[in-house]
Write a protein that binds this ligand. Structure first.
Ligand code: FES
Length: 448
């Protein structure tokens, strides 16, 4: 969901830090350092993004139970194998191999990958992975949410086509069984390992926002958790419900898992109701509202909410929670939907000259490591300037949440709208997120 120019071969890349994957205790609730009610502000993980060729040194110790996992909606049952310590998949050295494609709806697909070395995928339920996709001799970076459970030999990404979206459509149209893809890292603060949650949860999603939430639900259920999980999913109609069959299977297998669909299209609701399928998901027509939430979840205050979906939808749910006097310390939301909302990024990769020049005034951009000295428009996006001038920076989410575009301003002035993944010490040292920064004066930048 982002784009970046392929690093120029005439440039000498700086020494890149080794890539370190996250290792987590499944379902263990680490205490979030939430400073702002209403959002899942957590202590950011340190993310080191590396281009191919860098050597990983951070092999994570697995502290999680091993889970058996079968695709296609079958049960996920935990199998404890405390005597086995498989190695952890390292995206810096092992590519992904596509082993399965599944059509979820008319415009969304699940891609299941295996690691070439058959190691286990280590991530926290709710996180996303950054892919590097080569299209027409150019590498594009996109972050996609993971819809499978951790500690499996397979990793499933569910991707929705985006109108005019370069990478999502390319993957849907071209990626075939046996194809290889490079991945850069697994990251994301919206996850059920870091977000401290109660035993009762309300998972809320809309559209492709169901992807990370499904990973959370399946992981908790696979642990035979005592969790009481209510899942509210909103979609245009029944044909646009991703994971419909999989949710039916999970409901049949877990009495502590309940799904409620909220469908905008009442015609679809009628045809849905007339279906003979006795395991049809509970559903009603309408939009999300305070009345609907209060009618469905009388014990709302006892639950932790995990929310993911389009921005407007999330804002509506957040407002409902606040109006319902919900304790926002128990409210976590994904601030973007990696797989769904990448049109803007695709547009950028289609038109790399689309530098947002906010002013006709000029300032100087210096990047000494790449012998770059250039007069640029004041107010321009720092990420776009670096990309368009051959600096090998990775902009995976382009939304200030993944940390891949971290760079250091060694002198000068930028204006930043997000520092979400940066620590206080990094901010003090001058690190910024290039995707969320504009140059406001002469500025000197380093990648590390
Ligand atoms: S590209 Fe993800 S934080 Fe900037």
């Amino acid at each position: 969901m982002s784009s970046s120019k392929t690093p120029s071969s005439t440039l000498t890349p700086p020494a890149l830090k080794p890539l370190k994957l996250n290792s987590s205790g499944l379902g263990k609730a680490a205490k979030p350092t939430t400073s702002k009610p209403g959002t899942s502000k957590l202590t950011p993980p340190k993310l080191n993004f590396a281009l191919s060729g860098s050597k990983p040194t951070g092999s994570s110790k697995l502290a999680t139970p091993k889970l058996s996992f079968s695709l296609g909606g079958e049960a996920t049952k935990p199998v404890l194998k405390t005597d086995v310590k498989p190695t952890t998949w390292s995206p810096a050295t092992t590519s992904l191999v596509l082993v399965k494609r599944e059509l979820e709806t008319h415009d969304s697909l699940s891609f299941t990958f295996a690691a070439a070395d058959q190691t286990l995928f280590d991530f926290k339920p709710g996180q996303f992975v950054t892919l590097a996709v080569d299209i027409d001799d150019k590498t594009h970076y996109r972050a996609y949410s993971i819809s499978s459970v951790p500690q499996q030999k397979q990793l499933r990404l569910t991707i929705k086509r985006v109108p005019d979206g370069l990478v999502s459509n390319w993957l849907a149209d071209n990626l075939a069984i046996g194809d290889n893809l490079s991945a850069l890292n697994i990251a994301g603060q919206f996850n059920s390992s870091d977000c401290q949650h109660k035993a009762k949860l309300l998972l809320v999603s809309a559209g492709c926002g169901i992807t990370p939430v499904m990973s959370i639900a399946k992981t908790l259920l696979a642990q035979d958790s005592d969790a009481d999980i209510e899942f509210l999913h909103c979609a245009r109609d029944k044909d646009n419900v991703i994971f419909h069959a999989e949710m039916q299977t999970l409901i049949a297998q877990h009495s502590n898992f309940k799904v409620q669909l909220l469908l905008e299209n009442s015609d679809a609701f009628a045809s849905f109701s007339s279906e003979k399928n006795s395991t049809a998901l509970a559903h009603q027509t309408g939009m999300v509202s305070k009345d609907v939430i209060q009618q469905l979840y009388s014990d709302l205050q006892d639950r932790t909410i995990f929310l993911c979906g389009p921005v407007g939808f999330m804002k509506a749910v957040e407002n409902i929670a606040q109006e319902s006097d919900f304790d926002m310390a128990n409210f976590f939301q994904e601030s973007f939907t990696p797989a769904a909302d990448n049109k803007q990024q695709d547009d950028l990769s289609l038109d790399a000259s689309k530098v947002s020049a906010a002013s006709t005034a000029s300032v100087m951009l210096y990047v000494p490591d790449f012998a770059l000295e250039k007069e640029v428009a004041q107010g321009s996006s720092l990420l776009e300037l670096l990309e368009n001038n051959g600096v090998p920076i990775i902009g995976a989410c382009r939304a200030g949440v993944c940390g891949s575009c971290k760079c250091k301003v060694t002198s000068g002035e930028v204006k930043s709208t997000s520092s979400e993944t940066l620590t206080a010490a990094e901010i003090e040292q001058g690190f910024v997120l290039a995707c969320s920064s504009t140059v406001e004066g002469d500025v000197t930048v380093a990648l590390s």
